[in-house]
Write a protein that binds this ligand. Structure first.
Ligand code: NAP
Length: 315
């Protein structure tokens, strides 16, 4: 089969390799599309090494999420089922994945939309519901709300019954897209506006870190929490520990690295009933073929990126 590998340079290249053979609990999927993530870029730059998350990932393979059709079935799946999920090396013609880690493609979603959804939906659902302890009616602040995962976070918080969802962006011209994703309001900054210090947010989903994390701590209500998901703005931050202590705030980091299969399967089961109901499709920035993978990398690095970069796979 054709698959993308990082070769010396570093550079992403389409190579030929044997089609993977599914283990007893695994399903073979014909990949139709694969979403690209920051993690792919960081892996290429040697600054990120994925830990085993229930699948075997060669560190020179590209792609962590996919949509496609079941070829060889196991468990509840039949040949021809349209599915989506996370796996290692999804920029390829075929992947194998444990049957418990697959989700059914929602009716009406294209292959491209389905491939853009798994990482963002799983990350943000887990961050909000499990790590952040969100309850319907609570208020949610999403930093970096125009990022691919941020837009999904805004939509999910709104869908799951948040009393108020506010997103942050540095670019006023992108505020309308954050509102369209489901936000009630948008904070354009830095600086983040002081009137939000009133009663404060119950949960903050932080995708920016750095100075943005410093700035959001005073915006959290006493007893509320910040879930640290991404570090687009920097991996270190000054924290006002006086406010943290006085307001009894929680600050919890999260990642999929190191998660084991049973935990991922439970998370996917929790998300499963919501997927067909979730009203918002992921925002697609651009679509490239497998052979255009280097163009896709350049687009991922562009400051104009807005939404997901997706690779389509012809057969
Ligand atoms: N923990 C996990 O499990 C997990 C899973 C998936 C992703 N992530 C992380 O989540 C983050 C978002 O990923 P993504 O792929 O969705 O990102 P993305 O789409 O590439 O994000 C682009 C957006 O980020 C904002 N941004 C970029 N640099 C920034 C800076 N220095 N300060 C503030 N905002 C900045 C920009 O928003 P504006 O220009 O509109 O401000 C831009 O629109 C990444 O850090 C990624 O590694 C974590």
């Amino acid at each position: 089969m054709r698959a993308v590998r990082t070769v010396t340079g570093p550079r992403w290249t389409v190579v030929r390799m044997p089609r993977p053979v599914p283990a007893p609990e695994e399903v073979l999927v014909r990949v139709r599309a694969a979403g690209l993530n920051r993690a792919d870029v960081l892996m290429r730059d040697d600054t990120y090494v994925p830990d085993d998350a229930g699948w075997s990932v060669a560190t020179d393979r590209v792609g962590f999420e996919f949509s496609g059709e079941v070829v060889e079935s196991t468990g509840e799946w039949s040949a021809g089922d349209a599915v989506l999920g996370q796996a290692g090396g999804t920029c390829a013609e075929f992947v194998t994945v444990d049957h418990r880690l697959l989700l059914r493609r929602p009716a009406g979603w294209s292959w491209t939309e389905a491939a853009a959804a798994p990482s963002a939906l799983l990350t943000e659902y887990d961050a909000l519901m499990h790590v952040g302890g969100f309850r319907p009616g609570e208020t949610v602040l999403v930093t970096g709300a125009t990022s691919a995962v941020g837009l999904v976070a805004v939509g999910l918080a709104s869908y799951l019954g948040a009393g108020r969802v506010v997103g942050t962006t540095r670019r006023r011209e992108r505020a309308a897209s954050v509102l369209a994703a489901g936000a009630d309001d948008v904070l354009v900054g830095p600086p983040l506006r002081a009137e939000y210090t009133g009663t404060g947010f119950d949960v903050v989903l932080d995708h920016v870190g750095g100075a943005t994390l410093t700035a959001v701590i005073p915006l959290v209500r006493p007893g509320g929490g910040v879930v640290q998901i991404g570090r687009l703005g920097g991996g270190t931050a000054l924290l006002d520990l006086e406010i943290l202590a006085r307001h009894r705030l929680s600050l919890i980091g999260t990642t999929f690295r190191g998660r084991r299969l049973p935990e991922l399967a439970n998370l996917i089961d929790a998300l499963r009933p919501h997927l067909s109901e979730f009203p918002r499709r992921p925002l697609i920035d651009s679509v490239f073929s497998l052979e255009e993978i280097e163009d896709a990398y350049e687009r991922l690095a562009s400051p104009e990126l807005f939404g997901k970069v997706v690779i389509t796979v012809d057969h």
